[in-house]
Ligand binder design. Structure first.
Ligand code: SF4
Ligand code: SF4
Length: 251
């Protein structure tokens, strides 16, 4: 999921012109889990803005745990279910991640959008009160040789082939308050009885795959991942592919 934190009310108020009529839009999936833009937070934001003299035309959150970043659902939410409030608004304050903000642009076409949240990372929902980043969405996964722990994310230097040698008592030389990612990987491989994987050479990653903006198109049994003017095709479907699953210009 995408972790988000709400911006301060003062920062948000600074985005709005005195006469601006704004609609507040939240997300019932990630932003709800992060408690930054679910239904209670969205309703509360509308009330807080009204209390500060802002004209709020209404507020909306996708029903049934829906994601704001799903275009068809957001089009229905804003252009059908909340048509009047949407049409009355000069702008939208979006309590969701940057993907949700862009979905509101695509769904409404007109109108300014204001970010109500900072999008901070993609992470695992550990519990209702904890989200932790374990993947930096690099576009080329190397977890096969690391027992499933990500060196790109957990190592301060994103080293791919073992530790830098500076760790002390399991803590990172860059920041002694954090665990050394490679120490964690070593401990995990030891537990799995697969220390041999530490010796496997990981070739340099194609970092172009992590560059933005990236896109994914899916059609029939093909998925096309495009980055930096390159396209890689992958298998997308339940049946067995006839050949390898990835093809393309990947360097
Ligand atoms: S190697 Fe890349 S894709 Fe795999 S977990 Fe790490 S950041 Fe995510
Ligand atoms: S001490 Fe560990 S986590 Fe820190 S940079 Fe070196 S290998 Fe990476």
């Amino acid at each position: 999921m995408h972790a988000t934190i709400q911006k301060s009310l003062e920062e948000i108020l600074g985005f709005l012109d005195p006469e601006e009529k704004v609609m507040v839009v939240g997300c019932a999936n990630c932003a709800a889990k992060a408690k930054s833009g679910g239904e209670p937070e969205t309703r509360a934001m509308a009330e807080r803005l009204r209390a500060r003299g802002v004209t709020v035309t209404g507020w909306a959150v996708p029903p049934d745990g829906g994601s704001l970043c799903k275009l068809s659902a957001t089009e229905k939410l804003l252009n059908e279910d909340h048509k009047e409030e949407t049409e009355a608004a000069d702008s939208f304050l979006v309590l969701a991640c940057g993907q949700g903000i862009h979905t509101v642009i695509d769904a409404t076409g007109a109108g300014m959008v204001h970010p109500g949240c900072d999008t901070i990372f993609g992470g695992e929902t550990i519990s209702e009160s904890s989200i932790i980043e374990y993947c930096s969405l690099c576009g080329q996964c190397v977890l096969e040789n690391t027992g499933g722990l990500c060196p790109v994310t957990l190592c301060a230097k994103s080293l791919l082939n073992g530790p830098c040698g500076g760790a002390k008592d399991g803590k990172c030389e860059v920041d002694p308050d954090r665990d050394c990612g490679w120490h964690l990987i070593f401990e995990r491989l030891q537990k799995l009885g697969r220390i041999d994987l530490m010796l496997k050479y990981q070739p340099p990653k194609n970092w172009l795959r992590s560059g933005s903006p990236r896109s994914l198109y899916m059609e029939g049994k093909r998925a096309e991942f495009t980055f930096a003017n390159q396209t890689v095709s992958a298998w997308s479907g339940a049946e067995e592919p006839l050949e390898g699953t990835q093809k393309g210009d990947d360097a």
